[in-house]
Design a protein around this ligand. Structure first.
Ligand code: GTP
Ligand code: MG
Length: 211
């Protein structure tokens, strides 16, 4: 039977870096309309077949509306259960805020172990003289946090397909890691039970020799 795995994806980054524009680009492939939460969060679902695991993945993509700035109050319930985090910036200053604030903010408040990150340098059409530095620093930080790094532009349509592609790759990676952890746990329990059985047998045999 097919199982449905739900993967939550949130878009974080400074005000105005292009989060909603990216959300709308990904939305073009969505299986549902946008659902607006009373608490100012927009979301939609993309369904993806994961044949290897006989599973359908429901990617629940979320965008926070009316965000003021980093200090603005983002309710922590939005941050708790995300398996994948898109960290969006658009220049060196907003990249620094990803490193100093957004990444830590997510790390400190999430309940998900091993959440996956995709670092997105948007507005590549406006990088100008900062381009080389953005690419250098983006690659370095992505390596530090085990993330994919892409630059893109919603305006010039540069590299946009790769955003969805990476989200799907990371969703599969998350599911594989979770399955591996579950199997290891199961194997450990079985091994423990086997050892216990063996000890019991040894005990019975010993008793037998004494009688
Ligand atoms: N030049 C350029 N402008 C862009 C790009 N992406 C978004 N913009 C513009 O940047 C502005 C802000 O984009 P949004 O998508 O609203 O940014 P946001 O991060 O959702 O902003 P908040 O929700 O206010 O935090 C808009 O005027 C967009 O048209 C891009 O790739 N290049
Ligand atoms: Mg927005």
């Amino acid at each position: 039977m097919e199982i449905d795995k739900k993967i939550n994806v949130i878009i974080l980054g400074d005000k105005g870096v292009g989060k909603t524009s990216i959300f709308n680009i990904i939305k073009e492939k969505a299986s549902t309309d946008i659902i607006t939460d009373i608490n100012d969060i927009d979301s939609f679902i993309i369904k993806v077949n994961y044949e290897k695991k006989n599973t359908t993945i429901s990617l629940n993509i979320k965008d926070i509306k009316n965000q003021e700035n980093f200090k603005g109050n983002i309710p922590l319930q939005y941050i708790r259960n995300n398996h994948i985090v898109l960290l969006v910036f658009s220049n060196i200053e907003t990249l620094n805020n990803i490193k100093e604030h957004w990444y830590k903010f997510n790390k400190e408040n999430t309940n998900i172990e091993n959440s996956k990150y995709i670092l997105i340098g948007n507005k590549s059409d406006l990088f100008g003289d900062e381009r080389d530095e953005i690419v250098k620093q983006g690659n370095k930080f992505a390596e530090e946090i085990d993330a994919h790094f892409i630059t893109c532009s919603v305006i010039s349509k540069d590299n946009l397909d790769n955003i969805e592609r990476y989200i799907i790759t990371e969703a599969k990676r998350f599911i594989e890691e979770e399955d591996k952890k579950l199997n290891e746990k199961k194997n450990n329990i079985e091994l423990k039970e086997e050892n216990e059985d063996e000890n019991e047998n040894n005990y019975d045999n010993r008793n037998c020799c004494f009688c």
